[in-house]
Ligand binder design. Structure first.
Ligand code: NAD
Length: 618
């Protein structure tokens, strides 16, 4: 891969990221690891794995058993001297941490006590290079970077500057075939025999590697997607936490016996579904890769993951880290490429057993069709047009501040963005004024500036789409109270926008705009609020703001959404099922339900009778 120093401005922006205080999360010193020791350990494990013969595999397993025994008594991964020195710093820092502030950008950090800052930039692994020094990315197949068979290399552009960022290889159908073969071979090889506790250990190791390489990953994601570092930083941690959650959850998977009577013993086995094709969009590349890969690997499946062609960088790096921590070659394969060609070929491939898709409802519907012929297992996480409902008895200040977060986080490019604000008529004008003020307070700018709330949109083309829908809203009678015009200058920026006087039937109240645009709709009473909330084809998430908890619970049962929150803007946490009602899809991410989607249930029955079974007395 080529090297390039990047220009001066680039370098400054990179330094900004390197200088970020990523330790402002909950610190758990017990989990501190020395990166170099970990790396040496991984290298040793990799070498052992590469040996290959039966006897050598036995050696690997006994090493592994010893590793685990040592780990249990705290030898491997124990705190080396210089980690203890670091620990003091962390202790000092921990005293100063304002946890509420540290996690305000992502809910998943709020309850996570294992996030840590095990090393600073100086001790990052040598393989982790800033994007400014690495400009070319291949495919990732069978444990290594691979050239695309068709030779297609695409220039990626940094959305916030419009400048070239990196060159990325694009997979064609031949590459997909290669990746699926590698995934199949891994499933039938070493990985297929790996016991759950070993998979769990590897997933924890991958989570550690993500945290250890977080600065590079945050920078890659920020520059590739254009969203603020205040968003991408927690998203990288959530990816790590997804692996941790599934590493633990795999221990809870069990079969069972069913006492059906007679002389029959029955029990169930849980087995991996097989090779999983996973397709993710551009808005949360690493977080969704974590959401997808973690349950699949925990279940013992192998994966071919297709990122969006515009945002493949962090998924590619994640696959490298997977191999570095000892996950065998072929278990994780990454094939960036176009949807209708590369993606469709992957979904239809006869070597694929299960498809997990996150993206638009239109594509989800097409994917369902592609899966139908072979009766493939499929789960779909699709679009949304989620409401925030504000009742007059709510704490309006809190409700509106959180509503602004709920739509403008990730510049509105979130499936669960609460893009409709339903407000009780008696406080409608006050809320419109308040939300307009809050929109004005959102800091839009350089995504690499830690103070920025909202970076750019993904591309100029997407900005045109967003603006086109705002214009449609204007044409249909909505009032643009603030925002609504793309700013001059470089980058695909769009301002936080509020549309007031919107009616539920209008385009801006029905279509997923996928930008920082909030449609404010009045309602008369609770019944009217429920009617409007359900008056869309989507059902991903809903949030109610009220001073009456009973009302919150009443609405939870009346509004059709996969996630429902009361006086809380956050809904996606590792461990909590996330997914849609209606055209927002089916299947759930992030939870035990997800793990089950990657497992088949096999019933085993055995005769315990004294005499042979001979139903027809033949
Ligand atoms: P998209 O459907 O256009 O693309 C998503 C992915 O599917 C990309 O990797 C794309 O290359 C691929 N793809 C496109 N056509 C395909 C085909 N025919 N066969 C196989 N793959 C194909 O969506 P997008 O615009 O990139 O992403 C935004 C959408 O994703 C929004 O609708 C958003 O709500 C949704 N989303 C949903 C969730 C969720 O969890 N529900 C999370 C994030 C994003």
């Amino acid at each position: 891969m080529g090297e390039c120093g990047g220009d001066e401005a680039d370098r400054e922006r990179v330094d900004d990221v390197q200088g970020l205080d990523l330790a402002d999360v909950d610190l758990n010193q017990d989990d501190l690891r020395d990166a170099e020791e970990d790396e040496q350990e991984r290298e040793a494990r990799k070498r052992t794995r590469q040996l290959g013969s039966d006897g050598q595999n036995e050696q690997h397993h006994s090493d592994q058993a010893q590793d685990e025994a040592e780990r249990a008594v705290g030898v491997v991964g124990g705190r080396p001297e210089h980690a203890e020195a670091g620990e003091e710093e962390l202790d000092d820092h921990a005293d100063q941490v304002d946890h509420g502030k540290a996690v305000e950008n992502h809910p998943s950090l709020r309850h996570v006590s294992t996030l840590r800052d095990p090393q600073d930039a100086a001790t990052l692994s040598s393989s982790s290079m800033a994007v400014a020094t690495r400009r070319e990315y291949g495919l990732f197949i069978d444990g290594a970077t691979a050239e695309p068979a068709g030779g297609e290399i695409r220039e990626l552009v940094e959305p916030a500057t419009g400048k070239p960022l990196a060159q990325a290889a694009m997979a064609g159908t031949d590459d997909v075939d290669r990746a699926v073969s590698a995934a199949r071979a891994a499933l039938e090889g070493e990985w297929g025999k790996t016991p759950p506790n070993e998979r769990s250990r590897l997933l924890h190791a991958l989570a550690d590697a993500i945290v250890a390489n977080r600065k590079e990953l945050v920078e890659l994601e920020t520059r590739n997607v254009g969203k603020a570092v205040s968003s991408t930083k927690p998203e990288v941690f959530v990816a790590a936490e997804s692996f941790r959650y599934m590493a633990s959850a795999i221990g809870s998977i069990e079969g069972g016996t069913r006492p059906i009577g007679g002389s029959i013993l029955s029990y169930t086995l849980k087995e991996p579904v097989g090779v999983a094709a996973q397709i993710v969009p551009w808005n949360y590349p690493i977080m969704l890769a974590g959401w997808k890969l973690a349950p699949a690997l925990a279940a013992g499946c192998t994966v071919v993951l297709k990122p969006d062609p515009a945002t493949p960088l962090t998924a590619l790096r994640l696959a490298e880290l997977a191999v570095e921590v000892g996950i065998p070659a072929g278990v994780v394969n990454i094939v960036p490429g176009d949807g209708p060609t590369t993606g469709a070929h992957l979904v239809s491939h006869t070597g694929v057993d299960k498809v997990s898709f996150t993206g638009s409802t239109a594509t989800g519907s097409e994917i369902m069709r592609l899966c139908a012929d072979a009766v493939k297992r499929v789960s779909l996480e699709l679009g949304g047009k989620s409401p925030s409902l504000v009742f007059a008895d709510a704490d309006l200040e809190d409700a509106v501040a959180s509503t602004a977060y709920g739509i403008y986080y990730s510049a509105g490019q979130s499936c669960e963005a609460r893009s409709r604000l339903l407000v009780e008529q008696s406080v409608y004008d006050d809320v419109v004024q308040l939300v307009t003020d809050k929109a004005g307070a959102v800091k839009v700018g350089d995504p690499l500036d830690p103070e920025t709330h909202m970076g750019s949109l993904i591309s100029e083309r997407h900005r045109e789409k967003v603006h086109g829908l705002v214009e449609t809203g204007r044409g249909e009678g909505a009032e643009v109270v603030t925002g609504g015009e793309p700013p001059a200058g470089d980058g695909a920026f769009y301002p936080p926008t509020v549309l007031a006087g919107v009616e539920s039937g209008q385009t801006v109240a029905q279509e997923e705009i996928f930008g920082p645009v909030l449609a404010v709709i009045p309602f008369e009473d609770e019944k009217d609020a429920i009617r409007i909330a359900n008056d869309v084809r989507y059902g991903l998430m809903a949030t109610v703001w009220t001073g009456d908890p009973a009302r919150g619970h009443r609405l939870a049962r009346r509004i059709k959404s996969g996630t429902f929150t009361i006086n809380l803007p956050y809904g996606a946490f590792p461990g909590i099922p996330f997914g849609g009602y209606k055209q927002s899809g089916f299947g759930r991410e992030q939870a035990l339900e997800t793990l089950q989607m990657y497992l088949e249930t096999k019933a085993v029955l055995l005769s315990t009778g004294a005499r042979p079974t001979n139903p027809w007395s033949l």
